[in-house]
Design a protein around this ligand. Structure first.
Ligand code: PGA
Length: 248
């Protein structure tokens, strides 16, 4: 049985002092040991959020990371900076980073390899645009994103990875994918991992759905056989996140 993983993606929200207040508010609401709970927060919030989360079941993760060890990369955060403070998860290849910060499948792959090298679990995002869905190329497109993201990743590493399927048209729009749509693509992602590696790897890897997940939609989505939790944006910034974590 795969353990569910429910992660918040705060995006560019919450100052350090607001982050502490939010962690303190949510701490009692997300105290569910049956699932892995991760708050992926802006880099400057990582340390104060970790302090606030001490002694709780909340893992503090990062929203991005660079693929070099150190050096002249103004403004970037290195993997060692994250592990030094105890970060275990990093969101990689979010569609907003691909759209606004020129991330490509190739740079996502470099980041994925670097994260594994440092023992950080990547939450690897993929997802199609509305146009691609209407053209009927969703599965082809996602398979390409997954195949490139996992280039040179070993089976053992892949087993511990998290993939977040996030249809771009469902992100921040309130237009959640139907349960059937989400399950179909998550199943196709698992089949792709089976093909790239083997069934043991495919059945170990955890696949989240993301895109307008709410307290209302979580239970049905997370009950699907290939959906192992969610990556939650807007609803992770409020008390509703407690309901999502306790979706059953
Ligand atoms: P949303 O964001 O839940 O606000 O749609 C999800 C995400 O972008 O990870």
């Amino acid at each position: 049985m795969r353990k569910k993983i429910i992660a918040g993606n705060w995006k560019m929200n919450m100052t350090p002092s607001q982050a502490v207040a939010l962690v303190n508010e949510l701490k009692p609401l997300v105290a569910n040991e049956e699932v892995d709970v991760v708050f992926c927060v802006p880099a400057i919030d990582i340390i104060p959020a970790m302090e606030a989360a001490k002694g709780s079941n909340i893992n503090i993760g990062a929203e991005n990371m660079y693929f070099e060890e150190s050096g002249a990369y103004t403004g970037e955060i290195s993997p060692a900076m994250l592990t030094d403070v105890g970060v275990k998860y990093v969101v990689l290849g979010h569609s907003e980073r691909r759209e606004y910060f020129a991330e490509t499948d190739q740079t996502v792959n470099k980041k994925v390899l670097k994260a594994f090298e440092h023992g950080i679990t990547p939450i690897i995002c993929c997802g199609e645009t509305l146009e691609q869905r209407e053209q009927g190329v969703t599965i082809d497109f996602i398979r390409q994103q997954i195949k490139i993201a996992f280039l040179n990743v070993t089976a053992d590493q892949a087993k511990s990875a998290v993939i977040a399927y996030e249809p771009i048209w469902a992100i921040g729009t309130g237009k959640v994918a139907t349960t059937a749509q989400a399950q179909e693509v998550c199943a196709a992602i698992r089949a792709c991992i089976n093909e790239l590696y083997d069934e043991a790897t495919g059945s170990a890897i955890r696949i989240q759905y993301g895109g307008s997940v709410s307290a209302d939609s979580a239970a049905e989505l997370f009950a699907q056989p290939d959906i192992d939790g969610g990556l939650v944006g807007g609803a992770s910034l409020k008390a509703d996140f407690g309901k999502i974590v306790n979706y059953k």
